[in-house]
Structure formats: C-alpha cells, structure tokens
Design a protein around this ligand. Structure first.
Ligand code: RIB
Length: 294
C-alpha cells in the first residue's frame, strides 16, 4: 500500500504579530521566518513522520526546492513533483500573540498542474492505495474521478473552502476531513450548531464516507453510517496553529492503517496536533511517530 499526497507546496512567510492586521492598518511584526508549508506538503510530511510510505505529487518552482529536500529528509518520495519555470506557491501568514493565524495564498505552481500530469502520476498507483487531497491545487474534480477509476481510497480535506467544492463528486470520498466552517458550508447548518448535529447531517448526505470533524477546543468528532466517536483536545501551550489540521489528518490516517481503532486514532491525531500547535511553523512543527505512538 502506498499513499499519494497530490497537493500544494508553499513557501510560508510567517510574521509574528500582536494582532492580525485590520483593514487599512499597518503593523510591525516581532519576527519573520521563511519556512516549508502548503497543505499537500504538510500532510505528506505528517503521513511520513507517522510511519506510512508516502509519495508527493505537485508542482513547484526553483524557489521551492528546499521543500523537496525537507520532505525527502522525512522519507517522502518526491519524484512526482514537477519543477517549472515560475514561482512556488506562497503563503503570507500572520500569527497573533494567541497563536491564531490569518493566511493569504498565491497559488504559483499549485495552479499550473495539467490534466496530462495528473494522468501520468496516478498511473503509478493501484487499487487500494490512498490518495490524499486538499483544495489548494487545480483540477481536483479530475483527480478524484481518475483516482476513483483506479480504485484508490480517497481522502479529501476541502480546505480552503469555496463554492467549487459543492460541485465535486464527494460521494467517491472515503475520508472527509472538515472543520466547523466547512461542515456548515456542506450541510447548510449554521456554523455554531453542534458538531454532532453536523456529523448526523453529513452522514445522511454521504452514507459511505467517514466524516472527521475537528472543532477546535471542542475536540474531534467521527461519524460513518450509524457509528459515532469523539475525542477531547489534548491541552498544550498554543504557539502557532499553522499546520495543526494537516498533522491531525496524517496521524489519523496512519493510525487507522496501523489497525488502531477509530477512538485510538482520534486520540493519536489529537495528541499529534497538540504537539504541532506548541511549536512554530507548519511542516517542521509536525511530531515524529515516537512522540505520538508511545
Ligand atoms: O494548513 C496550513 C497551510 O496552509 C500552511 O502551511 C500554508 O501554506 C497554507 O497552505
């Protein structure tokens, strides 16, 4: 079994600020870091650090080559990442004094992936392999359809959310990882309705999909058919929440592939995310397997 993360590679430009800049306001930052990120790359790193055999596919510029070196140092195979003449994806991230963030994205290479490249990449995988997707690259609809034809198990994180998500063949998705805002957009329920209510509605809409909803301080919730599980958050000092959701996804999937129960997998994912928020950065804040599975 192989895991393919077909997704974004971003250079994260991190500014530590007192508060997120308001419209029309100019503020100074206390520190600036240029580091490795992108939901696709972060999820690939989390899956590999958690112990799965991971392949990354996507597109980046010369400026993004350090991302590939870092991914390879975690054991991720990056042969399917195409280098092109333009710039890598970029994310301008403000982190406030409470560790909360605000992100502006420039797609760069993430927006340049072609249908031909998708066909060629997925040809290297087989039925039963896992494909992990987010919403930071182009042609997600085509990738889902191609992966489904292959019999791959599809994991989708519809983030960042936009109206296009509602037109995707989400019935083919095996694992749907969402937060409360995404849950509200998919169900039509108000964002502040209870996570269990959102799970109930989503399991009706997608009866064959495992829904995993992360709800910040309220913990994480799982639903599939009539099955329900939940997990409380693991308390940790919040330094930077960037990449915590990606860490959660990687460790949940890895735990399930290691035959851990849904409850144990939620607990492992919550623990991994807690470690990630207690450290600065995205990809580099993700813990190793021995910090989580012990
Ligand atoms: O999920 C966190 C990621 O979102 C960051 O690394 C940033 O690149 C954005 O894509």
């Amino acid at each position: 079994m192989k895991v393919l993360s077909f997704g974004s590679l971003n250079i994260d430009l991190l500014f530590s600020v007192d508060h997120i800049a308001l419209p029309g306001e100019t503020i100074s930052s206390d520190s600036f870091t240029r580091s490795a990120g992108g939901k696709g790359a972060n999820q690939a790193a989390a899956l590999a650090k958690a112990g799965l055999p991971v392949y990354m596919a996507g597109k980046t510029g010369k400026d993004g080559l350090f991302l590939l070196e870092l991914l390879e140092s975690y054991g991720v195979n990056t042969d399917s990442v195409i280098q092109y003449e333009g710039a890598a994806g970029q994310a301008i991230i403000q982190i406030d004094r409470n560790g909360q963030n605000s992100i502006v994205l420039f797609s760069g290479g993430n927006g340049e992936i072609t249908i031909e490249e998708i066909k060629k990449t997925i040809a290297g995988f087989t039925g039963g392999d896992i494909i992990v997707l987010q919403n930071e690259i182009v042609h997600i609809d085509h990738i889902i359809k191609t992966a489904e034809k292959k019999g791959m198990r599809i994991c989708f994180n519809p983030s960042p959310f936009n109206d296009k998500i509602l037109t995707l063949p989400l019935d083919s998705v095996k694992w749907l990882f969402i937060n409360e805002i995404e849950g509200a957009a998919l169900t039509g329920l108000p964002p502040l309705s209870s996570p269990p209510a959102a799970i109930d509605r989503l399991t009706e809409i997608f009866p064959n999909t495992e829904i995993i909803l992360t709800a910040g301080k309220d913990g994480a919730f799982y639903g599939c058919g009539k099955e329900r599980f939940s997990c409380e958050i693991v308390k940790a000092p919040v330094i930077d929440t960037t990449g915590a959701g990606d860490t959660f996804i990687g460790f949940f999937l890895a735990a399930r592939e290691k035959n851990m129960s849904v409850s144990q997998s939620l607990a492992a994912a919550c623990k991994a995310a807690a470690i990630a928020v207690s450290r600065k950065g995205a990809m580099e804040s993700i813990p190793l397997a021995n910090e989580v599975f012990n």
